[in-house]
Design a protein around this ligand. Sequence first.
Ligand code: MTE
Length: 353
Amino acid sequence: MAKVPPIPSSEITSERDYENRPRPGVPPPEDPDEDRAEVDRGRRVFVRNVTLAAVGAGVFGAGLFAWSKRRGGAPAPSLSSLAPLSASPSARELAAVALGDDDALTSLERVTTYNNFYEFGLDKADPARNAGTLKPRPWTVRVGGEVAEPKTWDLDELLKEFPLEDRTYRMRCVEAWSMVIPWLGFPLAKLLARSNPTSRAKYVAFKTLHDPKQMPGQSDDVLPWPYVEGLRIDEAMHPLAILAAGLYGRELPHQNGAPLRLVVPWKYGFKGIKSIVAIDLVESQPPTTWNKAAPREYGFFANVNPNVDHPRWSQATERRLGASPERRRTLMFNGYSEQVGSLYADLDLERFF
Ligand code: MTE
């Protein structure tokens, strides 16, 4: 076996750095050992985020860690209660695209209990604990904007119309951890093509459900709700970009974005907007939630790039959760360069991060 050279410590994000990442409404912990510039930077982010929270509803984002107690969230349904889903036997060619021998699947347990879904709390365990209030049926997804044929799809009609495919992808979070997840989904391109985009459609804008009764975290202004995301049209039409309706052979667990979420494997995980209700084709670049919350830290493109660090931590390596060895080098475009590199041939990736 080839000997893997050791990873220099400058390329490793410490647990402390990503645990202390700026989170809207949550003050960064004071650490006397941190150098001054870092603390100042953290404060600026914090002030901006608190301002954001305060402008919304006059709520100072304190006590967020008691969120689930206050809001009385209900546990997400057990995994065994989720309906089985299977992929169509045709269209198998992208099932395991660009996966390496060291890309073993992350366990179902980990995939469904270590989540980011701020509508249900800020801690990784919160979505599984609280997302029981989400009602994924009945559900509709409206496709509109710059299209000749706008349509509101019932979810089950959508799933009948577009056969599901197996797609096992690496997922690299901007917080420098990663997983390998076997999704069931269909190419976003198929749905967009069906609505017949006009020549003015240059971008695609996505929106999550906005309903604080179903998503109690939306009662706290920790982020501007609803969560929104966007892609350039050529990115959205790329065959690797999918709308996922399931994982591990079952319908999507609530905490993973039931009933339908975006998966764009060459981008940081925050582009994978969950529980989508609207998809609009638009002429100019749409706003995105994390870019609105902290523009210096989260760009519109959010392509996985080991050469462009986050302002507070290195992106050169990642922790592959549950794998051994856990620490590994981050790959350009998350290992999908061959498939998507040409989309960015003319883009300055440092400027458009
Ligand atoms: N979508 C919504 N609506 N709300 C969120 O908080 N978090 C994003 C993304 N989609 C988020 C979201 C982030 S930061 C990540 S890393 C992924 O979802 C996590 O997906 P997973 O929990 O299925 O692993």
